[in-house]
Design a protein around this ligand. Structure first.
Ligand code: SF4
Length: 279
């Protein structure tokens, strides 16, 4: 769930610094200028312990440092969000969304539904009723009872879900995301989520040992998108992106903009889905 960004180093002041999810004395909330939100996004990190059920080869989260306790306090989160939104001045960039992302998988948190309600209510109370709540997820908890509750609350709040899909075959998914979660189940979860609310897919393409993804890897990925749409999944769009900063694995590097755009072009032509690249 990593994001290239500009971070507020002081209230109402932007600077280009390495992304940190620490902001003042806040535990959960951090402001970023997000490429994919195309403006100011208020991020919500529910993974205070920095844990994730994936271990993506491109992940930029530093898990070597001691982490805080895992327990989420929704009321404290709500207070931080209220304070952050109250601090936005007329000179702040336009707010685009409030996004649950952070240092791990937000849908692993069982009170995510409550946190979504709090975020939507806070936006409403402070005059930001038209600003959506977004959840960025790897999709592996969508079939769980708390995942279903979260999606239902998100849909009721007029929000969006952005789901990670980095490969179109099991072997590559296992290698890229370092997970044994079945791709078939992920596709089922994407399909089920799309029956509840708009789904945007987020797909990471990168170089490994200096090599771009093979044509076969992109073929299999496009095949996966076509399986989803042919099954009736409603996909609002596909975001194709690459690494923004050096991941902990030094052989993972960014794909150049023309190569990303070539993948986007293939998605548009071969699936008919809206797609955009974020170099
Ligand atoms: S899903 Fe992958 S990129 Fe996102 S936090 Fe987990 S390991 Fe990192």
């Amino acid at each position: 769930m990593c994001e290239e960004c500009l971070v507020f180093t002081q209230r109402s002041q932007l600077s280009t610094v390495r992304h940190s999810r620490a902001y003042g004395h806040f535990s959960y909330i951090y402001p970023v200028i997000s490429r994919r939100s195309r403006g100011l996004s208020i991020g919500v990190n529910l993974s205070l312990d920095n844990r994730c059920n994936y271990n993506c080869i491109y992940c930029e989260v530093d898990r070597s440092a001691p982490a805080a306790a895992a327990q989420v306090d929704p009321e404290a989160l709500g207070q931080e969000l209220y304070q952050m939104l109250s601090d936005l001045s007329p000179h702040s960039p336009a707010l685009r969304d409030v996004t649950f992302a952070g240092n791990g998988e937000p849908m692993a948190v069982r009170c995510l539904d409550h946190c979504i309600d709090l975020a939507a209510d806070t936006l409403d109370a402070l005059g930001f009723a038209d600003i959506p709540v977004v959840v960025i997820t790897n999709g592996t908890f969508i079939h769980r009872p708390w995942g279903k509750r979260a999606l239902a609350r998100l849909a009721a709040a007029g929000g969006e879900v952005w789901i990670k899909l980095d490969a179109g075959d099991q072997e590559r998914m296992t290698r890229i995301n370092s997970t044994l979660f079945p791709l078939e189940k992920l596709e089922e979860n994407i399909f089920d989520a799309s029956r509840v609310l708009p789904v945007t897919l987020q797909s990471m393409f990168m170089k490994r040992w200096g090599q771009p993804p093979s044509d076969e890897a992109v073929d299999r990925y496009i095949g996966c998108l076509n399986r989803l749409t042919e099954a009736g999944a409603v996909i609002a769009g596909v975001q194709v992106y690459t690494v923004a900063r050096q991941p902990r694995l030094s052989h993972i590097t960014a794909l150049d903009a023309p190569a990303l755009e070539a993948i986007v072009s293939r998605i548009r032509t071969e699936t008919g889905l809206p797609a955009a690249s974020f170099a």
